[in-house]
Design a protein around this ligand. Structure first.
Ligand SMILES: [Cu+2]
Length: 166
């Protein structure tokens, strides 16, 4: 009788311990790990009040989503998707941009982008724009975004520079 009581009381304790360990491991595996690379903003002519920012969002961890962004360079920053309808491409504001576990999401001309709305001043090529991206799980990530002249294809231009530097 004494033996049975000892067995019964030790089992729940072990069970709780195991469940606790599993929860910790599951949480660690689901943690997003976000990196922002190849960010650039398109230079804007005087009088234009909006600008676009492009980048790649790399996620080496669990699922997350971009829910907000802000910059001292503009009144507001919106997440825009480009939607093609009857051959016409339109920009539409979206509330959030999902970044799946282990996925990379590319923000590029003609596709999803960040729109700087109400620019404080024109974006001059060579300048840098401070941008804060807000993710639902990973929180805030600050990025320094170089402004690039739109007349040169920016991605190719930068890669060329990397080649010359090496
Ligand atoms: Cu837009």
């Amino acid at each position: 009788m004494g033996r049975m009581i000892a067995t019964n009381s030790s089992r729940p304790a072990l069970g709780v311990l195991l469940v606790g360990l599993l929860c910790v491991r599951a949480a660690a595996a689901a943690e997003p790990s976000i990196h922002i690379v190849d960010a650039w903003a398109r230079a804007t002519p005087p009088g234009v009040e909006t600008g676009a920012v492009y980048c790649k969002i790399l996620n080496h961890g669990g699922a997350d989503r971009l829910v907000d962004a802000r910059s001292p360079a503009a009144h507001g920053v919106e997440i825009h998707a480009s939607v093609s309808e009857n051959g016409v491409v339109e920009m539409r504001r979206i509330d959030a941009l999902p970044v799946d576990a282990g996925a990379s999401v590319e923000l590029a001309p003609g596709g999803t982008h960040l729109m700087l709305v109400g620019l404080a001043a024109p974006l001059a090529a060579g300048a840098k724009v401070e941008l804060t991206l807000v993710f639902a799980v990973a929180g805030e990530i600050a990025v320094e975004v170089p402004v690039v002249d739109a007349r040169a294809p920016p991605a190719a231009h930068e890669h060329e520079h990397e080649h010359h530097a090496q």
